[in-house]
Design a protein around this ligand. Structure first.
Ligand code: TMP
Ligand code: MG
Length: 212
């Protein structure tokens, strides 16, 4: 009897919305045979370059090149993700294509529009479910906010707009749930997420949806 492939669940959101905490809690709830991947994956050579760009304001790199590095960082993990799913493992991701496009497009650079930013991610495996965490309260009071590039409120607002444009472009209504975490405790958010994840149907085959 062939085994169903695992579920691919993505948690997305602006900086400091609690994604990493929720990814870890979800991993614990799934239990065994679950893989958690965070993007950018700073452990690879490409990831280290991205890390330097994010943490060192004096590190200069054209925005197009930075964008391609983030995309390459997803591509270098694509086979790994597919293989894990085929083995029956569930895979949880902390950020992915949506962040990749939204943060770059939010820079408003000529020629680097949403379509350009999205094009190099076409063909990557598309999650079965994407949870977009939204906190309507300012997140600038959270510990550590402002330490990395992109962590300022005016830029985050532009990123938010680009996320919504991309959801529309990608017809995300079938595989996206917006989770309002405003005023919620970590535990409350975790329960909301687990309820939504349990409703996601198992995919009974070896096929994948792709970003097209
Ligand atoms: P992190 O805070 O989740 O570690 O992500 C680091 C920053 O990188 C965050 O501000 C979002 C941004 N980002 C991109 O600009 N492009 C991408 O493709 C990804 C995955 C993250
Ligand atoms: Mg961050």
């Amino acid at each position: 009897m062939s085994k169903n492939r695992g579920k691919l669940i993505l948690i997305e959101g602006l900086d400091r919305t609690g994604k990493s905490t929720q990814c870890e809690l979800l991993r614990q709830q799934f239990g065994e045979s679950t893989t958690l991947l965070k993007f950018p994956d700073r452990s690879t050579a490409i990831g280290q370059q991205i890390n330097q760009y994010l943490t060192d304001p004096s590190y200069k790199l054209p925005d197009q090149a930075v964008h391609l590095l983030f995309s390459a960082n997803r591509w270098e993990r694509n086979d790994y993700i597919r293989n894990k799913l085929l083995m029956g493992d569930n895979v949880i991701m902390d950020r992915y294509v949506y962040s990749g496009v939204a943060y770059s497009a939010a820079k408003g650079i000529e020629g680097m529009d949403l379509e350009w930013c999205y094009s190099c991610d076409r063909g990557l495996v598309r999650p079965d479910l994407t949870l977009f965490l939204v906190n309507h309260e300012s997140n600038d009071t959270r510990e550590g906010f402002g330490e990395e590039r992109y962590e300022n409120n005016s830029f985050q607002e532009k990123v938010r707009e680009q996320f919504y444009k991309l959801f529309e472009k990608l017809d995300s209504q079938n595989d996206l749930v917006i989770v309002d975490v405003t005023g919620c405790t970590i535990d409350q958010v975790s329960k909301k997420i687990w309820t939504i994840v349990q409703d996601t149907k198992q995919i009974p085959s070896t096929t994948f949806k792709l970003f097209e």
